[in-house]
Design a protein around this ligand. Sequence first.
Ligand SMILES: *[C@@H]1O[C@H](CO)[C@@H](O)[C@H](O)[C@H]1NC(C)=O
Ligand SMILES: *[C@@H]1O[C@H](CO)[C@@H](O)[C@H](O)[C@H]1NC(C)=O
Ligand SMILES: *[C@@H]1O[C@H](CO)[C@@H](O)[C@H](O)[C@H]1NC(C)=O
Length: 509
Amino acid sequence: MEAVGGRRRRPRTMLFLVLVALMVIMAMAKTASGGGGGDDGGAGGDHDHDHEQFLKLWNGRGGEDAKEDYLNWDDDDDDDEDEDEEEEEAEQVVAWAAKCRPPAGRNVVNVDSFGAAGDGCSDDTEAFLNAWKKACSLNNAVFLVPGGRRYKVGAARFIGPCKNRMIIQIQGTIVAPDEPSEWDPASPRLWLLFSGLAGARIQGGGLIDGSGSKWWANSCKIDRSKPCKGAPTALTIDSCRGVSVRNLRLQNAQQMHLTVSRSRDVRLAGVRVDSPEDSPNTDGIHVADSTAVTIQSCRIATGDDCISISNGSFAVRMRDIDCGPGHGISIGSLGQGGAFAAVDGVSLDGARVARAQNGVRIKTWQGGAGYVRNVRFAGVRVDGVDHPIVIDQFYCDATRPCRNRTSNVRVSGVVFRNITGTARRAEAIRLACSDAVPCVGIVLSDIDLRREDGGGEVQTVCNCAMGFDDGRVSPAADCLRTSPCGGMSPDDYHPDDKDDDDEVRHSEL
Ligand SMILES: *[C@@H]1O[C@H](CO)[C@@H](O)[C@H](O)[C@H]1NC(C)=O
Ligand SMILES: *[C@@H]1O[C@H](CO)[C@@H](O)[C@H](O)[C@H]1NC(C)=O
Ligand SMILES: *[C@@H]1O[C@H](CO)[C@@H](O)[C@H](O)[C@H]1NC(C)=O
């Protein structure tokens, strides 16, 4: 991995980030005194805390007083050794598959030994679950899905805790039954679930195929006469710790491809996602309620967000991401139906986004509460992307328009740096923050966006977005410094307003 995005400290950067931090503090103080604050879930010393975190984010270093490991943004070097070791063992396991000689000290549990047919027709769910039970009970187990075969598996829960150092080695193809009407009603939102594992590795270069086309046809996004209900996520990592997923392909998920939820210290690397551009709600990688998640060297082509980071996510680091087609790399959506949401510490260093609706985006619903803060999107090359840079606090994925509300998820401390390439639409940069809770500490630095194929001008559109531009920024973003608001001013904000008078029907679950 090359180091992208200038994570090293430079004198100019130091001066710059002090400025940024000051702006954040000033702007926050201003909104708080105007009565627009209160969503951060605290009072008093919070500003100092935000300031500190902002500096840390910029520095790319945890600093001596970092109490939580998620603030250690620069621990890459420490991990390399671990990774080499893992890589080596992964190779051994693969070599063994070719030579039929098990790796030393490993207990291989082959699904075939538990009666899996691997013919793509027979239902191998039971065989997989029985093999899992066995593998889970052994130290140093390899749960093996052999290559060159196709296993049809229905909704299945692979639950831990298991014995130490489990490897889930998927070399063949796991395919889902394609008929929604025959899906296990007990698992409406899950296909393959891995839960309660510590330190396990899911790998092997195999393919997980959700056979999603009938699910998509049933989606209310495709057929308006159908009710809006969710479909299964292909692969879910839930309530896990220290789990890694590497070198795995997912395609045609029923809905989302890979979700990480309620987990900590999860690494995703070398994951490939492939689904059609018009497949509904098929997010590539979705992170929720998780801390310290690394997503690295992943290639995602799908019909919704390539990566979506949602509520309860802290310290999510993305590097070397290839996205498109799709809806871009997103934080959100957050605050739907008045929900409280918290996302703190997200970085993207190095991405290529091509033929996607958005490049990098933060999306929140009107009426929500909570915060998104300390975000860095850096080193992004966009190629024919509708809107390369987006903050959208008027997000509304509903069958009818959403009303403007008097609260929103507060967005603060967001740096967009070194983002270049071509936009398909005029609004290359859209910073649409809510009137009630303006965005603060928004920074654009070294941005160079042009209209694709010389199709005219590009522009920056702002609403209530406060911050500044640095270095070359094209299209110009002067509106960040003047921060015009379109509707009511923040001073009109009345926190006690009742906000519950229209019901929103939505399909993004
Ligand atoms: C969002 O996450 C926060 C903190 O992690 C939690 O308190 C809150 O209940 C979550 N909100 C929703 C709607 O799940
Ligand atoms: C800017 O980002 C590109 C990738 O999009 C990267 O190759 C380049 O090194 C970055 N430049 C700086 C100065 O960080
Ligand atoms: C909501 O507020 C924005 C910004 O002030 C404004 O542009 C938009 O027209 C408003 N929408 C509605 C439905 O009132």
